[in-house]
Design a protein around this ligand. Sequence first.
Ligand SMILES: [Cu+2]
Length: 211
Amino acid sequence: MALLVGVAALACNSDSTQPLGPPDHLVKNGGDQQRWYFNNPLPVPYSVRVQDANNRPVPGVSVEWSFITGAGSFSVNPSTSNANGVATTVYTLGSSSTNVVNARVTGLPTVMFFASASAPGTAVGVTVSNFLFAPRDTAVQTGGTVTWTWNSGTTQHNVTYTGGPTPLPSNSPTQDASGPTFSTTFTTVGTYTYHCNIHPTTMSGSVTVVH
Ligand SMILES: [Cu+2]
């Protein structure tokens, strides 16, 4: 038994001092299965790691990206694996709802990425209740409007912007009851964050504005 353990440890040691082998396989590293909007870049880049037969990262390898379904575009193509063996590209969706992309290194099995796309809303509603915004995170098309509707009894809340492309939109008045509304029309692409400044730890949200 002791001998077996010794042999295993030795094998492990010799592995780490062996010269790096040629690219053997690709491992999916990030960006798969996103849902986003037509003609917008996916929020998370597509990323694969190139490894040798002993699962060590191989730098300097060219990874080619191609779409099988859905004609989008890539920020870089091909991309080259970095010191950690990782190659990335940002995929911008086209007008197809289904998107399948292959990452490929010559001679190795391909790795597939899936994304689905839809049209962003132009008139989006959020409920202001005790003590949350629902939905918390929402998206709207450029030029579209988000309308918050209060449903809060006698407790007062507001929509106060905390971040995003400047200048930030105007904040809502502080109000209560059921029925009052507040709207913002968004003209600049980006992610806006907001909270109720009376209940900032529980009541926060975001609006992502897309093309
Ligand atoms: Cu509040």
